[in-house]
Design a protein around this ligand. Structure first.
Ligand code: F6R
Length: 609
């Protein structure tokens, strides 16, 4: 949500900023802009709409010359999407420009104060208040002025600031909203995430909350909120630029679906040694593990769906209660959590605001936090007691695919690891599951080879108005993800239902031709799944069934069409079952002409409540 990029160096800033913003487009935005110092003053260009409009406005960057600037893609919160509300926001003299991700909670009060001082406002944004306030305190040193402003603003923010009177420095500020610094020979960057700058440098500094940084061509200096210098470690990002490019695929989503076997190899293989799961990053001691009485899994969206599968699997393996809760609910529900509760937080971005707030709430109640995160150095990773990275690589499409799959693999690895430590599953059980985990990537490759069959099914069903997903146990959890994938990118109304619940309401919606995707991969409940297929078929539904190889004949008696996946350990079925559902959603959206990688109204990283 919102993207920031800032550059100071020797090259023309405008094309660099436009390129960086293009790489942040996936985060979601509704307007874009840049501010560049042209040798005499700040040149600001900004517009509502897509980045292309901004690029056209400044001729791909050729219309503004200068080697220092900031750029932004905005997702409207305070003030509607419009040219004037777009960022950068400038102070009234035009000397100071600010780009901002997040929300300034006390902006109304600050605005009233500034209006009382005779300051006029052009926009409705909270960000303009920051620009005006910096100017109000400015006495020739932009760093000091920003330092004073930070003591007055409340909320969550990442800021990039440029001042025409000191055109050799950029200022960056981070509090509860991600911001990284990029280091190079003769240049420095600030950015919301690594994808924006990976083309130029892989040496980065992850800013901590409350830190301020000063960027010049010569390098970067970091300070705490009192402007005392702090020393920072430089990290080296080890993925290549290709990981953030489409590489011949029409969409990032399809590329990321196809990358899943490789991503699973990265997530699983280094964590298995001699048939046992070895989690080197797991630092909680054995006494703590033995004393865990309850597990809470907290997450949003698809990560929550991983948590649903995790609940079934962890309860099977550990025989202790596992509660899975939406982070936005956890925050306000007075959860029963103590020092014997392990809270598992799942987040691809590691920046989701609700998940972050739930993490803090759980920590305050005494729980230990184990997070499953994709983005290295993200806020959730930094505030957790233990982090298990998913190593899925950058995920650019808004709809998650490879992050979901690797989260699933990691939660299964965790379950097997804890089961061994607690002695809650016998060695044979663990060995069988681990063996199957190692085969997961190649089995997933077999599933992905069925791409064309799924494309064909999509062509049969893409014009349906409403699609149901039904299943029991892990198949229900899988249905939730299949349904979310479909609705978020194809805009078809869809619901996932626990099959046993159909007759308690939803079955009244089934009529002639309604498409029901029946998930029947879980062997123990196959007969039950079949009864539900019969139930909906007899009310006129078309049924597309997903089951394991060997059961297609039985299923063919009742379903209209069948997709199969190879059989595997019951814990791992959703890891294979999800791929056909991702592909189905993808091809349906493609046939409906949807903007697959950037679905309407959605953002990749949801940093507001
Ligand atoms: C759906 C999707 C979202 C995210 C959710 C949580 O495809 O991507 O539902 O899963 O916004 O995001 P993270 O995992 O970054 O906390």
């Amino acid at each position: 949500m919102c993207g920031i990029v800032g550059y100071v160096g020797r090259e023309e800033a405008a094309p660099i900023l436009l390129d960086g913003l293009a790489r942040l487009e996936y985060r979601g935005y509704d307007s874009a802009g840049v501010a560049i110092f042209d040798g005499t003053k700040l040149q600001v260009a900004k517009t509502k709409g897509r980045l292309r409009a901004l690029s056209d406005m400044i001729q791909g960057g050729a219309a503004i010359h200068g080697t220092i600037g900031v750029g932004h893609t905005r997702w409207a919160t305070h003030g509607a999407p419009s040219d004037v509300n777009s960022h950068p926001q400038v102070s009234r003299s035009g000397r100071i420009a600010v780009v901002h991700n997040g929300i300034i909670e006390n902006y109304a009060e600050l605005k009233e104060f500034l209006v009382g001082q005779g300051v006029g406002f052009a926009s409705e944004t909270d960000t303009e208040v920051v620009a005006q306030l910096i100017e109000y305190f400015y006495e020739g040193d932009i760093l000091k002025a920003v330092g004073r402003v930070l003591h007055r603003i409340e909320g969550a923010y990442a800021l990039g600031i440029i001042c025409a009177d000191e055109p050799e420095r950029l200022i960056a500020v981070r509090k509860d909203s991600p911001l990284i610094l990029g280091l190079g020979d003769g240049f420095s960057f600030l950015a919301s995430d690594v994808t924006a700058i990976i083309k130029h440098t892989r040496d980065v500094i992850y800013m901590e909350d409350g830190e301020i940084a000063e960027l010049t061509r010569e390098g970067v200096k970091c300070y705490n909120h009192l402007l005392q210098p702090v020393s920072k470690e430089t990290s080296h990002v080890d993925w290549e630029i290709d990981a953030a490019e489409k590489g011949g695929y029409e969409h990032f989503m399809l590329k990321e679906i196809m990358e899943q076997p490789e991503a699973l190899r990265r997530a699983i293989f280094p964590r298995v040694k001699d048939g046992q799961v070895v989690l080197e990053d797991f630092t909680l001691d054995d006494d703590y593990v033995a004393a865990i009485r309850k597990i809470f899994i907290v997450a949003c969206g698809s990560s929550y769906h991983v948590g649903m599968v995790g609940k079934y699997n962890l309860e099977k393996l550990l025989r202790i209660p596992v509660e899975v809760t939406l982070a936005s609910e956890f925050r306000y529900m007075e959860p029963i959590v103590d020092e014997h509760t392990l809270v598992i937080v799942i987040s691809q971005s590691g920046e989701t605001l609700d998940t972050m707030a739930a993490l803090r709430e759980a920590k305050a109640l005494g729980a230990k936090i184990l997070s499953i995160v994709n983005v290295v150095g993200s806020s959730i990773a930094r505030e957790s007691d233990v982090v298990l990275y998913t190593w899925a690589g950058p995920e650019i499409a808004v709809a998650t695919t490879k992050a979901y799959s690797t989260q699933l693999a990691v939660i299964d690895l965790l379950g097997l690891y804890l089961a061994k430590k607690r002695g809650s599953a016998d060695d044979e059980r663990i060995l069988t599951a681990v063996r199957e985990l190692l085969m997961l990537p190649s089995k997933l490759e077999q599933v992905l080879e069925k791409q064309e069959d799924i494309q064909y099914f999509a062509s049969q069903y893409f014009n349906h108005d409403s699609i149901f997903f039904i299943g029991r146990n892990v198949d229900y959890a899988l249905g939730l993800e299949g349904s979310l994938k479909l609705k978020e990118i194809s805009y078809i109304h869809s619901e996932a239902y626990a099959s046993g619940e159909l007759k308690h309401g939803t079955i009244s919606l089934i009529e002639d031709g309604t498409l029901v995707v029946a998930l029947a991969t879980y062997e123990k409940l196959f007969d039950k799944a079949m009864s539900n297929v019969v139930e909906v078929r007899s009310r006129g539904a078309d049924v597309l069934a997903l089951t394991t190889e060997g059961r297609e004949e039985a299923m063919a008696k009742n379903a209209n069409a069948i997709i199969t996946i190879p059989d595997t350990d019951e814990l791992l079925l959703p890891s294979l079952g999800v791929a056909p559902l991702q592909l189905l959603a993808y091809y349906i959206a493609l046939m409906r002409g949807c903007d697959i990688d950037k679905p309407r109204n959605l953002a990749k990283s949801v940093t507001v409540e």
